[in-house]
Ligand binder design. Structure first.
Ligand SMILES: *[C@@H]1O[C@H](CO)[C@@H](O)[C@H](O)[C@H]1NC(C)=O
Ligand SMILES: *[C@@H]1O[C@H](CO)[C@@H](O)[C@H](O)[C@H]1NC(C)=O
Ligand SMILES: *[C@@H]1O[C@H](CO)[C@@H](O)[C@H](O)[C@H]1NC(C)=O
Length: 416
């Protein structure tokens, strides 16, 4: 990993992490001196990238005046996501000229799936102009509602006039760390969700021909996951909006829809080896040399992806959901019940006419987290189920109704 170029020029590390000196040292070395592609944090699963920057950044650095560049590098915190980004980046080490991404991406399905079809090629072109052209300057850190559930009083979540875009209510922020736990980080959205749903539709059109390919099925599951994740963020806002209008039926209805979605979502992820919790836990246990270590390593592995250990019974750690993952098993057994607790207290609060019991919610979800971290149940290490069938089913169930079309249009207006 050597000096060269710097793809994502805005460096963003969150203030609260400054106390973590080790991180800082590593980041200083990798990002400021060696200048590599820093594409991913914590191995979060989110389709994201800037293909044009990868296709030209290394060449610009190489050909700049007095360049001392001798190589390219990658310094992601986690790999095994966004294969297209790592494919293109790895190629750049051998290139002397900028890559024409349009031509490159037209050939991508043949290289990746063994054959291509016009529909899947069109789908990849849409993704190139949307998901893989993140030019809003924000570095991606996945805070989707399912995997990074807001730990706030629902009245702190503001719903703007042009609905379903939202931001954190201005709460006064003192220097105390405690106050940052009150905040709700808005999930990142930098593209038109309806265009991406269209790309998914095109993907599905080529499914009968391509679903024999495991890489196709991986991409299909990933894209369906991406579309559903953003849809879930919107559903969550419907729950909050109903709460804020004292509409207990609305809260009940929308929150049930959210929970059903999380369950269905888990079944989709279960279809492919690339989206399973099992391999993570089993590989940790595999390193152990005695029974004590098996327990310890499994606890470590479960803690790393949920909440780090500096919490109390009533106060969550600031590093909750830092290493969040869209993995089958984790959605069903952790994210789903956690959302259920929040919704339960929303309904209770409306029924009893009291404010949201933030302390009770915290006590319960922190306990859920601790219990899950120390449990020992075993999860599958092999994908099972027909990815194409489940993706089609989910597409029809969630992403086609007129309801979502209008939600999407509202979201697009805000994004652009
Ligand atoms: C390149 O090196 C020359 C000679 O040392 C120097 O005069 C010039 O300012 C350098 N250019 C840049 C862009 O650093
Ligand atoms: C990416 O977005 C920028 C800024 O909106 C735009 O100028 C550029 O043409 C886009 N590139 C692609 C490949 O869509
Ligand atoms: C999915 O599979 C089920 C059987 O498991 C079948 O009944 C259904 O028709 C299939 N759906 C699609 C969209 O292929």
């Amino acid at each position: 990993m050597l000096q060269g170029f710097f793809l994502f020029s805005i460096f963003f590390w969150r203030t609260w992490l400054y106390s973590h000196v080790l991180f800082l040292l590593v980041f200083d070395l990798l990002v400021f001196r060696y200048r590599c592609m820093l594409h991913n944090f914590a191995g979060n699963i989110e389709m994201y990238g800037i293909l044009d920057a990868i296709a030209s950044g290394p060449i610009d650095a190489l050909t700049s005046e007095n360049s001392t560049m001798v190589g390219v590098g990658m310094s992601m915190e986690g790999i095994e996501q966004n294969p297209i980004v790592y494919d293109l980046m790895s190629e750049m080490a051998f290139r002397h000229n900028k890559v024409d991404v349009k031509a490159w991406i037209d050939l991508y399905p043949s290289r990746r799936y063994g054959r291509s079809l016009p529909s899947v090629q069109d789908a990849w072109n849409i993704l190139y102009h949307t998901i893989y052209n993140c030019t809003d300057g924000a570095n991606d850190k996945n805070r989707d509602v399912i995997v990074a559930f807001p730990d706030v009083d629902p009245l702190f979540i503001s719903i703007l006039q042009d609905k379903y875009s939202y931001y954190e209510k201005q709460v006064s922020r003192g220097p105390k760390l405690k106050e940052t736990t009150e905040s709700f980080e808005q999930p990142h959205l930098w593209y038109s969700t309806s265009e991406v749903i269209r790309a998914l539709e095109l993907f599905l059109e080529s499914g009968d021909e391509l679903s024999g390919s495991s890489t196709y099925r991986y991409d299909l599951v990933d894209l369906t996951r991406q579309a559903l994740a953003k849809y879930a963020n919107q559903l969550f806002l419907q729950v909050i909006e109903a709460y804020q209008s004292n509409d207990v039926h609305g809260v009940t209805h929308h929150s049930q829809k959210f929970l059903d979605l999380v369950e269905d979502f888990d079944m989709l992820l279960a279809c492919h080896d690339g989206f399973l919790l099992g391999p993570w836990l089993e590989s940790a246990k595999h390193l152990a040399q005695d029974e004590e270590q098996v327990k310890q390593f499994e606890w470590n592995a479960r803690t790393q992806i949920t909440m780090w250990f500096d919490n109390s019974d009533m106060e969550p750690s600031l590093l909750r959901d830092y290493g969040n993952k869209y993995w089958s098993g984790l959605l069903r057994d952790y994210y789903h019940p956690r959302a259920g607790i929040y919704f339960k207290f929303l309904i209770k609060s409306l029924e009893e006419g009291n404010g949201f019991p933030l302390k009770d919610w915290r006590r319960e979800w922190i306990k859920l987290t601790n219990d899950w971290q120390s449990s020992r149940n075993v999860y599958p290490v092999k994908g099972a189920g027909d990815a194409l069938n489940r993706s089609r089913w989910l597409f029809n169930k969630y992403l086609q109704s007129p309801d979502i079309q209008s939600l999407n249009e509202a979201a697009v207006k805000h994004v652009i």
